[in-house]
Design a binder for this molecule. Structure first.
Ligand code: GDP
Length: 604
């Protein structure tokens, strides 16, 4: 009867982007056999450890009386648009009928040494149509390759770990991310980080499985790891195209370009070539003879020589324009990378530019910006704290609380992620949810802070630490790090932050003390204090205070710590050690050394 149908209970369940048959069985409280049978009846043959994607899992769930929705972590495409880069918002505000297809802008991300640079070079050498035989190919941070008579713009951003922030900007500016994973090494920490960047920027991904020529390449293992990270390969019925390539032997490159175009064709990659002119700075430098050279990516409109460009607090009339191969250009349309001469100052990479009609307008804009920058500098530092976030929520600027979560072991990470992921709060404007950008085990690293800074997130640590260098970086970038050793304190704080009730508190934690017993003079290093640890421990890169006659005579970083002749990370109570400080050289016997860290902690 109809009544029975409406009364039949439909339960709701959240499922991740991919999971194994066993995990699905657990979640649905069914036996794995039942799941396998249901999959079979839908034409999918799977064993108990096989990964299935969300769509497949949702079908199984539906047959067992569940309505499935995708977990927060993978809901990126459907999330609100609070963090959509400015250029995308501007293009979206153009009149639809004026929008024309433009070449996709691609950025290559991945773990160090997995072959990003080699791949970019191989594509450049095989697929760049050189306008002039023997023409100089200069490195301007971007180039355009041709595949089947269509252009693809590659951003050639450095792949070094120190460039995390820049890489994330790369993801912001890109339409497609190529995630490089070496077939002989698999998914590594920076692969996951890159994945988090691409997800945070809501950019579709293609996986290039590089070094496939290596004898120890293990593509199946890599695919398994990718699936575990939520990128289920297409030949496993998932949505992620995984292309095996060898940059060394030049195989698979055309397939990769094909895959990029396929993914690009599934997204609307449009701009108005006759609209307002704007774009983003890829890189810039000052050349001693030619002045400021900036590489710009035009994202809308058509930029011409002679036009006046304003970028940040730099401006100028463009004297000349070159394409990536050094050819002179008179104009450049959407998705074209160009290097330009004529700006009066070096703009920052990632900064948006636009054109104005007159130099006077440019000057007015720049002076207004410099003024604003000065005013905002003080306020900005507070904006990435849990406290500052609430103000941003209320102003409608941010509609989610973004988190980077680190824990000591996987076992503690899982309950944290699942309890945080579900949190929501209502405020005047609507609902605020938690968006976990990245999770991992181990101490908080500089790249965690860089990711948090680039995506306006907060770093939460459970049973982990952040060393002094990381703390300093966090301070400089205005990122808040919160450390906990009790899970419910962490969840309580996040809840408070969502409700806007949190008070900040900066606390110091003493790690240990030592007393100077002897002072050695070593000409190469200056003075070394031979100490005995009397309490707790001394830790390299933590902060130290030197106390003499009850007065603090130095406060700074513990730069070098030795036990006997070896450099060590820490020395515990009862042991002897040698200390050398970069900024202090005046040790005396009897000086007390206090070693401490500075942490932001929750109000108890
Ligand atoms: P990046 O740090 O990701 O830019 O990595 P690189 O492009 O510098 O490559 C790291 C190392 O892997 C270099 O020694 C490359 O020669 C090597 N390499 C890169 N791609 C391939 C490949 O397809 N096959 C083989 N055998 N080696 C590769």
């Amino acid at each position: 009867m109809a009544e029975n149908v409406t009364e039949k209970q439909i339960k709701t369940i959240e499922l991740p982007g991919s999971l194994t048959v066993r995990e699905l069985a657990d979640l649905l409280e069914a036996s794995p056999i039942q799941i396998i049978k249901t999959l079979m009846s839908n034409g999918v043959m799977a064993n108990i450890n096989q990964q299935i994607d969300f769509d497949t899992a949702a079908i199984v769930a539906a047959e067992l009386g569940f309505e499935a929705s995708m977990q927060q972590l993978d809901q990126l495409e459907t999330q609100d648009t609070g963090e959509v880069p400015l250029w995308r918002q501007l293009i979206a505000s153009e009149d639809k009928q004026n929008l024309k297809p433009r070449p996709p802008v691609v950025t290559i991300l991945g773990h160090v040494d997995h072959g990003k640079t080699t791949l970019l070079d191989a594509i450049r050498q095989t697929s760049v149509v050189s306008q002039e035989a023997g023409g100089i190919t200069q490195h301007i941070g971007a180039y355009q390759a041709t595949h089947k008579d269509r252009l693809i713009t590659f951003l050639d951003t450095p792949g070094h770990a120190a460039f995390t922030a820049m890489r994330s900007r790369g993801a912001q500016g890109a339409d497609v991310v190529v995630l490089v994973v070496a077939a002989d090494d698999g998914v590594m920490p920076q692969t996951k980080e890159a994945l988090a960047h691409a997800r945070a920027a809501r950019v579709p991904m293609v996986v290039a499985m590089t070094k496939i020529d290596r004898p120890n390449a293990n593509p199946e293992r890599v695919k398994q790891q990718l699936a575990e990270s939520g990128l289920v390969p297409d030949d496993w019925d998932g949505d992620t195209i995984v292309v095996p390539v060898s940059a060394k032997e030049r195989t698979g490159l055309q397939d990769l370009l094909e895959a990029i175009q396929l993914v690009a064709d599934n997204t609307e990659i449009l701009a108005n070539p006759d609209g307002d002119i704007f774009g983003t700075v890829i890189e810039a430098e000052r050349d001693p003879s030619r002045g400021v050279i900036a590489t710009l990516l035009v994202q809308n409109g058509t930029l011409k020589v002679g036009e006046i460009v304003v970028v940040g607090t730099a401006y100028g009339r463009l004297r000349a324009m070159f394409d990536f191969s050094g050819q002179k250009l008179e104009q450049a349309g959407p998705s074209t990378p160009i290097s330009v001469l004529g700006l009066n100052d070096v703009p920052a990479a990632g900064e948006p530019f636009r054109t104005v009609e007159t130099e006077r307008e440019a000057r007015a804009l720049v002076s207004e910006r410099s003024e604003k920058e000065k005013q905002e500098k003080g306020q900005a530092s507070g904006s990435l704290t849990l406290e500052g976030m609430f103000a941003a929520f209320q102003a409608g600027k941010v509609r989610e609380l973004r988190l980077v979560v680190k824990a000591d072991v996987q076992g503690s990470l899982e309950p944290i992620v699942s309890s945080l992921g579900d949190m929501k709060a209502d405020d005047k404007v609507g609902q605020i949810g938690v968006h976990i950008l990245h999770t991992g085990t181990g101490n908080i690293s500089e790249s965690d802070v860089a990711l948090a800074a680039a995506s306006k997130a907060i770093v939460l640590g459970f049973n982990v630490e952040a060393d002094a260098a990381v703390m300093r970086q966090a301070e400089a970038e205005g990122v808040s790090i919160r450390l906990y050793d009790i899970i419910y304190r962490m969840t309580e704080d996040v809840e408070k932050a969502l409700k806007g009730m949190l008070e900040p508190e900066l606390k110091e934690r003493l790690l240990g003390k030592a007393v100077v017993q002897q002072v050695f003079k070593i000409s190469r290093f200056g003075k070394i204090a031979g100490c005995r640890v009397t309490e707790g421990e001394l830790r390299r890169n933590a902060l130290v205070r030197i106390v003499r006659d009850d007065k603090v005579i130095f406060d700074g970083e513990l730069t070098s710590l030795k036990h006997e002749k070896d450099d060590v990370k820490e020395v515990r109570e009862g042991f002897e050690c040698g200390i050398n400080l970069k900024e202090f050289n005046d040790f005396k016997e009897g000086d007390i050394i206090q070693c401490y860290v500075r942490e932001l902690v929750a109000v108890q």
